[in-house]
Design a protein around this ligand. Structure first.
Ligand code: ZN
Length: 339
């Protein structure tokens, strides 16, 4: 429930918020385990035309190929074909090669098919949190600048038992292994649709993953003509207490109708919204009393107030309602206001 959990729109801003960057220094040999999520009978997300287990494998193979262009890194895959593996096995395979980091690659969907963007799930405790948060920011920075994907931030999720909610992170933690889950984008929302619809775009995600890993570990590549050995990665202090997710919805969502144009069928609305824990991430509105809502829009960072002119339905129920969401998908609705 910390403000620093979300909304990493610009790396420079995040670095400013989170402390001085530290210069990456490559150790003798870095060992990376890439885990293409799902496999075998475990398809993962499978909206029409796509199967997540196949997409993660394409991305993982491209990530490995790109990363192997750097010196001083050994790259392993938990699977390089369509086989089924338990989450425990995947973490153990990383431990067996003494991996410095485990990257579990995924593509996302949401229950109501409304959310979009990339997100990184990090472990919630100690140095693993610090490493995951730093690496996660570098991954999201690549997705924003190279893949043109909206960032939903680096996040943690703790289960009822107090352990990591996500199995691969839980097993990795038991083995004292830093790990992140990389959710590249959402497969079920129009906003992200054009960013994963070709094999090359799936490979581009893998190349972005590799660049972020190279920046994190301070790697250099003769063939790519890049040297990240002095790259300023975000320096995150290990938290003294475990981090937890934001369990509360935004605490404020109000709407005012400031202008009505019945000729052009538009209304001007002002939305006020706050979420002290993690900030507001998306908003939507209805002009028919909540019967239908518009697709989610990105809430401008660092503001509590948004004024927009929108097309209105001018139907039987002439009332407007705002909906706002934080990065953990917590939602708050305004009261309806007649126009
Ligand atoms: Zn998945």
């Amino acid at each position: 429930m910390k403000k620093t959990l979300c909304k990493i729109f610009l790396l420079s801003v995040a670095i400013g918020m989170l402390g001085q960057p530290i210069v990456s220094q490559a150790k003798e040999n870095v060992v990376v385990m890439i885990d293409p999520g799902h496999g075998g009978t475990n398809l993962g997300a499978n909206p029409t035309g796509y199967v997540e287990k196949d997409m993660t494998l394409i991305t993982a193979l491209a990530m490995k190929e790109e990363l192997e262009k750097y010196q001083g890194v050994s790259v392993y895959l938990t699977r390089n074909s369509d086989v089924e593996l338990s989450l425990q096995d995947r973490a153990q395979m990383a431990k067996n090669v003494n991996a410095d980091f485990l990257y579990s690659l995924h593509y996302n969907m949401s229950a109501n098919h409304v959310f979009y963007g990339a997100e990184i799930w990090a472990q919630s405790m100690g140095t693993n949190y610090a490493k995951g948060y730093s690496q996660g920011q570098l991954l999201l920075s690549e997705f924003i600048t190279v893949n043109d994907i909206f960032s939903r931030g680096v996040k943690v999720k703790v289960g009822k038992s107090g352990n990591e909610y996500y199995g691969i992170l839980r097993y990795a933690s038991k083995l004292d292994l830093p790990a992140v889950i990389v959710e590249h984008c959402h497969l079920d929302q129009a906003f992200d649709a054009e960013h994963f619809n070709t094999v090359d775009k799936l490979k581009q995600f893998g190349r972005s993953d590799a660049t972020a890993v190279a920046k994190y570990f301070g790697l250099a590549s003769t063939s790519l003509k890049v040297d990240y050995s002095h790259y300023p990665k975000p320096n995150i202090e290990p938290p003294t207490q475990p981090k937890t997710q934001d369990l509360t919805p935004p605490e404020l969502a109000t709407l005012q109708v400031t202008e009505v144009d019945s000729v052009n069928k538009t209304v001007s609305i002002q939305i006020n919204a706050t979420d002290r824990d993690t900030g507001i991430m998306y908003y939507s509105y209805s002009t028919d009393g909540g019967a239908t809502f518009e697709p989610l829009q990105i809430w401008p960072s660092a503001t509590d107030t948004l004024t927009i002119r929108v097309s209105a339905k001018f139907g039987q129920n002439r009332s407007a309602i705002a909906a706002v969401f934080n990065c953990y998908d917590g939602m708050a609705l305004s009261s309806p206001v007649n126009y």
